[in-house]
Design a protein around this ligand. Structure first.
Ligand code: ADP
Ligand code: ASP
Ligand code: MG
Length: 933
């Protein structure tokens, strides 16, 4: 008798963590669990023991356990598979190569021919090839049974379809005697099935064995066809009906346990009567010890291959499918998933348990018993080496202890519901868990994971969605008294959930892994409903809202695999829209360059950021798309009436992209009013629009407070000085403990240009006219000369520095002469402006006489909690006096930079540099979201 022990803290029931506190030191936990769960625990422990202690030599059906000292002692009776197999004359060992071809590989006659080629090209001395039914056939067979038992007459024509599919495939592949023989067998089987389905139809019910008998025919036919094709090429080949060999015991939970001893005896017998170098064996089907046909349940052919591999001690089992190997996540859900070269048995097991259907969960145990590697390969891409599943995954030996080496892959189980049983009367009451799970057992539901709050006030577990109603009803009835007495407060059902599992070596015990996982989920604004961590140390499992599952998968995958950070982008505002559409929208282009940046691929190639522009809205029209990544495509999209609600639903509502950012390129207060709502929904906002930050103080404070307490980001670098690093410099100073005394600057490119050129004999109006002509001013230059824009920048910087000021608190020197403020048009204003040149000329001459120049500046006096916008005089040696063109210049006087202010200078207006500011915000956002920076 062999016995093994594993620490209690490692005990798991199908992925669930038994609450450590409850179990320790003398656990009510296991002992108080109902028999069926103890059974499951034992089963799991058995798997667990096998997974962890490959030195275990014996393996049998009799199994006992006991619990003491924090350990479960698992002992197995002395029926040794190894010993038993050694006694018989089954040819076994390294000479055997086992293959399994999934339904995907057997879909058409051409594919079956390719499979035959792969088999014949394997030069192993002996080959056993397990095949699935042709693709979709098992579904068709289950459908026949469903139709017959619901007395739907169309089962007959559905059976004809099955016949025709196989008949046509056989005619394509075979000829002569082989074809005649196969068609006669097919005909015979179909007649039997007809009779059986008729019986089911009359009874209105199919027993499990009837159903198993019917559905297993797909494998019978595919194995015979493949065998005939190989024989046709002159190779020595025979087929095996595994119902004659594989003996299994049903466990009652839609699972079966192989009886290795009996199977091995039957295999021996089979070999006495058959011999061939290549054997094509049916996957999926088996018999009970009473010789009643049964199956290994859905997708069970992988398991069949593993059992055959173990019985034969094959040197490897190759599982052929339609993907290049095991990916780091389901490639249908995460397009950036990568192929894993190797996985440990434990990792593969966890992956398959948590929903990676590339491998049936029970495939691992039989092969790891003999250290037989499994290779997953792609039948359609023979050049790909595939994924090797073996004792030690390659990166297990790697020196790197980075997080990625601990997290290998992710998987999800969809359509689950959480049941939360809660109440103060549960704490410290032994047997509550037992009562809960015995009620669950009575309805035959499958508990996928369990988590119990350490306060013991609640037990929460996940079951398949379609079983939750029965579970909840059973619990309510079982606990009706406790509910009435208030000892239990509720039996809550949270439907439509998904389970996300991260799988990898020792990840649960490695600091930082779960933090990173949860951080990635939080940053994608995904709420975690329940957690089970610990288990075998190979997985962390979280339960989320079903609709979040793909976003969650992609968010965590991109974090750990450093794959591209994908962000859905919604652009609001005219400037970004290409020529043609622009005209349709009737809006002005002021930042085409941003468009250029977004789509040059720079972000993708160099920064690992994958931006998907999902929508562009102007004031009247908008374009929504799922595929926009080229400007030309956008132009082909149809514009529709602008509707911000629909826009945000479209861009943010998609399930596939974990992050959303809206870029507001308008100068509109109405759009800025939406920021709060967007941030609340988890939409990041980037903008050069000054309206939100310079609007009413209380609204601004609310916005910033929301942003601080959430993971959602609001970036507005381009509101001041366009692309110049002004906000970020200010933040950097504050965050590093500096104290801002004053910020003074020339914040308007237009006014910078005007005063830089207002010298010598030129009149003020002439310089303004020149600026207007060169495109440096707004269409109406009064918008620049009024100073309001500068005041908005001053208020933004003032608030950023901690001052609580309103725009109306900033005195502004308006350069538009009072008399011209109400001129009807810009043209009129320009005509009248020369009449008012004198005042400014005077000021300029006075300044020049004192060796000074005039500059229009904004000032934040932090120490006095004041801001102002005015015309000031500066010595010719002052940096502000030496400005040229339309540059901005900003001087930060701080405790650290007191004598010599910190100066930022450069072009501070225009489409290109504004785009630059937005670009840097996008990079910052992506880096906060986890892209490498
Ligand atoms: P077969 O019929 O060959 O048994 P399956 O459909 O059962 O094929 O399994 C292969 C499929 O598993 C792939 O086509 C793939 O879509 C899916 N799959 C899910 N998760 C993963 C993963 N992590 N790696 C690879 N494939 C996966
Ligand atoms: N044909 C069976 C099924 O589709 C078994 C398998 O292919 O693995 O479930
Ligand atoms: Mg499969």
């Amino acid at each position: 008798m062999a016995s093994l022990s594993v620490p209690f803290s490692d005990c798991v029931i199908r992925g669930s963590l038994l609450p450590r506190r409850r179990l320790s030191p003398c656990p009510a936990g296991v002992a108080s669990l109902p028999a069926f769960l103890q059974g499951r625990l034992v089963l799991f422990m058995f798997d667990y023991v096998l997974l962890h202690v490959s030195a275990l030599k014996s393996h049998g059906t009799k199994f006992s356990h006991n619990v003491s000292n924090n350990h479960i002692f698992a002992s197995v009776a002395d029926v040794s598979l190894e010993q038993s197999l050694d006694d018989v004359h089954l040819p076994k060992g390294e000479m055997w190569s086992v293959h399994k071809f999934g339904g995907t590989c057997m879909g058409t006659s051409r594919r079956i021919q390719s499979v035959a080629d792969i088999v014949t090209n394997d030069s192993s001395e002996r080959k056993l090839v397990v095949v699935s039914a042709m693709s979709k056939v098992t579904d068709m067979m289950y459908n026949l049974v469903d139709k017959a038992q619901s007395r739907d007459d169309t089962y007959m024509s559905a059976l004809d379809d099955v016949y025709e599919k196989h008949m046509l495939t056989a005619k394509d592949l075979l000829d002569g005697d082989e074809l005649v023989q196969f068609l006669s067998q097919l005909h015979h089987d179909i007649s039997n099935l007809k009779a059986m389905l008729r019986a089911i139809y009359i009874a209105g019910h199919a027993t499990e064995s009837f159903s198993d008998f019917v559905v297993g025919h797909g494998e019978l036919w595919s194995a015979q066809m493949l065998s005939s094709v190989i024989k046709k090429s002159g190779k020595d080949c025979t087929w095996m009906d595994t119902r004659d060999v594989l003996i299994v015991n049903p466990t009652g939970s839609n699972q079966v346990d192989p009886d290795y001893i009996e199977s091995e005896k039957r295999l021996e017998k089979w070999f006495e009567q058959n011999s061939a170098g290549t054997i094509i064996a049916t996957g999926f089907i088996a018999s009970t010890p009473q010789n009643i046909p049964t199956t290994l349940k859905r997708d069970g052919s992988d398991f069949s291959a593993a059992i055959m591999g173990a019985l034969l001690r094959a040197h490897q089992v190759t599982i052929w499918t339609d993907v290049d190997g095991v990916y780091s996540a389901d490639p249908r859900k995460v397009s950036e998933a990568v192929i894993l070269n190797s996985l440990s048995y434990q990792e593969a097991w966890e992956m398959s348990y948590f929903g990676a259907n590339v491998l049936h969960p029970r495939t691992i145990i039989p092969v790891m018993r003999y250290n037989i590697p499994i290779i997953i390969r792609n039948v359609f891409n023979l050049a790909a080496p595939g994924t090797m599943i073996c004792q030690r995954a390659v990166n297990d030996n790697a020196e790197g202890h980075n997080l990625e080496s601990f997290v290998r892959a992710f998987a999800t189980i969809d359509n689950v519901a959480l049941v939360n049983v809660e109440g103060t009367g549960m704490a410290g009451v032994p047997g509550t868990a037992s009562a809960i799970f015995s009620a669950v057992k009575d309805v035959g539901a499958n508990v996928i994971m369990i988590s119990q709050a350490s306060s013991e006030h609640s037990v929460c577990f996940a079951v398949p969605d379609n079983e939750v109603k029965a579970v909840a009803d059973a619990l309510k009835s079982r606990f009706s008294q406790a509910l009435a007495a208030g000892r239990l407060s509720q039996v809550e059902v949270i439907p439509n959930c998904s389970i996300l599992a991260a799988v990898g070596q020792k990840m649960a015990s490695t600091p930082g892994v779960s933090a990173t996982l949860f951080d990635a989920l939080a940053k994608a604004n995904i709420n975690v409903r329940a957690i089970a961590q610990g288990c075998t140390e190979y997985n962390i499992t979280v339960v989320l809202k079903g609709e979040d599952r793909i976003r969650a998968l992609r968010a965590v995958h991109s974090r750990f695999y450093l794959s591209k950070t994908t962000i859905a982008v919604g652009i609001i505002g005219p400037g970004l829209i290409g020529g043609t559409l622009l005209d349709n929208f009737g809006i002005r282009c002021n930042a085409r360059f941003l468009w250029f940046i977004l789509f040059t691929g720079v972000l993708k190639e160099e920064f690992n950021i994958d931006l998907r522009v999902m929508g562009i809205a102007g004031s009247r029209k908008m374009v929504l798309s799922n595929t926009l990544d080229k400007m030309e495509e956008l132009q082909n999209e149809k514009a529709e009436e602008a509707n911000l609600e629909k826009f945000s639903q479209h861009v943010h509502g998609n399930q596939f992209i974990p992050n959303t950012v809206f870029i507001d390129c308008t100068a509109d207060t109405g759009i800025a009013n939406h920021y709060y709502d967007w941030l609340r929904k988890g939409i990041h906002v980037i903008t050069p629009n000054k309206k939100a930050n310079s609007g009413p103080l209380d609204r601004y404070l609310k916005l910033r407070a929301l942003q601080r307490r959430s993971y959602t980001h609001y970036f507005y670098e381009a509101t001041v000085g366009a692309g110049l690093p002004i906000i970020s410099t200010l933040r950097g100073l504050l965050e590093t403990g500096d104290k801002i005394l004053q910020i003074e600057g020339i914040f308007s490119g237009t006014l910078s240009y005007i005063f830089n050129n207002f010298a010598g004999e030129r009149s003020f109006s002439a310089v303004v006219a020149e600026a207007k002509q060169s495109g440096f001013t707004e269409p109406d230059p009064r918008d620049d000369l009024s100073g309001t824009d500068v005041a908005r920048k001053v208020i933004i910087l003032a608030r950023e520095s901690g001052l609580k000021l309103e725009l109306s608190d900033i005195p502004v020197e308006n350069l538009v002469p009072e008399e011209l403020r109400s001129s009807a048009s810009a043209e009129e204003f320009m005509i009248q402006l020369p009449d008012f040149d004198e005042e400014l000329s005077k000021k300029r001459i006075e300044a020049e006489a004192a060796g000074e120049v005039l500059r229009y500046v904004g000032v934040v006096e932090v120490s006095n909690a004041r801001g102002r916008v005015e015309l000031r005089r500066y010595k010719k040696s002052h940096p502000f006096a030496q400005l040229s063109g339309s540059d901005n210049i900003i001087a930060f006087t701080t405790m650290r930079y007191k004598d010599q202010p910190l100066i930022v200078r450069g072009p501070g207006a225009g489409a290109q540099v504004t785009a630059g500011g937005i670009f840097s915000d996008l990079l910052r956002l992506a880096s906060y979201l986890g892209a490498p920076s």
